[in-house]
Design a protein. Sequence first.
Length: 618
Amino acid sequence: MWILRIVINNFRGIKNAELFLPKHSVLIGDNNTGKTTILEALDLVLGPDRLFRTPPVNEHDFFQGKYLIEKTEEKGESGKSGPSGENEQDDSKFETIPISIEVTIIDLNIEQKARFGDYIEFWDKESNKFYDEPDPSGVDSDNINEAIRVSFIGNYNPDEDDFEGKTYFTRSLSEEDSPQFFTKKDKQICGYLYLRSLRTGSRALSLERGSLLDIIFRVKELRPQMWESILGNLSSFTVGDDPELGIIGVLESINASLKKYVPKEWGGKPHLKISGMTREHLKKVITAFIATGEGDHSAPFYRQGTGTINMLVLAMLSIIAEDKQNVIFAMEEPETAIPPYAQKRIVDEIRKLSSQNLFTSHSPYVLEEFTLTETVVLSRDNDGILTQSSISLPPSVKLKRYRQEFRTRFCEGLLARRILIAEGSTETSALPAVSRRLAEINPKVYTSLEGLGICTIDAGGDTNIADLAKLYGNLEKEIYAICDKQPAREQKKIESNVERLFMHNEKGFENLVIKNTTTEALKRFAKAIEWPKNILRKFPNPVSDAKKALRKYFKSKKAEWAIVDFLVQCEESEIPEWIRDVCLQLKEICESDSTGNGSGESDNIDVIENSNIKNETD
């Protein structure tokens, strides 16, 4: 079984989306893009227990909280006002806006084909649409696959003043007078299991309805007949009936006082017992205990370490998968509290156990387990339109290089919304550090790059900037670049692939800093550092010749981020004006975008000309 397509309308942060999912996939994107919303949408359609919540949706599940809209009224021919130009008079001024989620499922097994036979359609994998040709023999083609569509419709019911939601066979919504429900049993046969990060851990090994332990019992067709016995034992148990505790004496005093005011028929003989003695109460409070350490002491499952909880949950999921043989696993952030080697083990095991798996993750160790075609990059605009992109490597980035440098160069950009591509490692380390320093000194004016949602990527040389910008730009990211002075042709190439280019006129970032900071700042830093012997031989008194000595020092200590150490000890006026201008412009752009006022267009002239930058040579 394979969830191939999902169409979402008016659900949470998504106004509209149509996504095609690989058989095994990881959904990535910046926070609040919609990754969890997609898994929750699938759970509404396919989760066996999701609709048992009352109500199944609420106000916050509708896009922008809007579930009612004022009707558009136009004058009809009779002169009466009616919705959409009709002559009928409607007393209500509002109409409901539904949540609709449609899921297309292919690769059905024999059991599913037999159960869903009346609603089976045919999907053409080549054209990526349903086969609707008049020739019936066409369905025998290798590219045609049997499929079903299932829809969740959630709505506000004005008569009940409450929300409601049901799942249906999508085909029945248009072909039958009475739509056919997609029942809980139907969903169980589909086998969608959604593991919500750590939130599942607190109830996974309880007997509560819908817990993993409850699912395992149902898969194994176990229904322990134990509740009558437990309830009987609890009902005969009186708390604190040992006279030495003193509790009985207090209760007898209460009883004596009670007799003074009311007849015995009204009540008497107070005693302490366990309350909430129903099956549902017991299912919530009965949970597994796990032994800890070497001794016999045990503690509730949910009080174990986070990593232990996650691995135990994985073990339970594997039991479900082995018994059902046809499971779709959806899992949020498998890396939570799990070391890298275990993260990889989780992904590998779930891929083996499931007919399809869907992950969300921010871990490079998880992401590198998926191929380019299995990585779904999500982006959502201010209007709530969610789109997907696939990773397409430019000619200068070979697959081997992409894999080798994935953790250090590519992963962070894939997970971010805004990316600043820096020419080299010096700029990559310096810009975020300087922005944090400025935000610390003057928080009313400056914001750190991290606070703006910008990640900084090392291009590994100016010739790589344009290609990397194109790679991330194709994924609907906002791309900026920073570099030294470039030839006109290279400058134009970069500008055509970025939102804005920040380019200074110096040869090297170190020169930019040294020429545009203050002598006092240079001498203060020169006094504070421990000078290497080889530089002292050339500059016996480096403080007196701080500019030249530090230029040599920054070059020799490039890999140790010496220029960053200098900048983070500067005051605002000592940080070069060009760098401050870059931080201010990035803040202006990002804040404008966040309010929906950004144009989103690239600027073709973006070289910041700083009057303080000199063209002198040493």
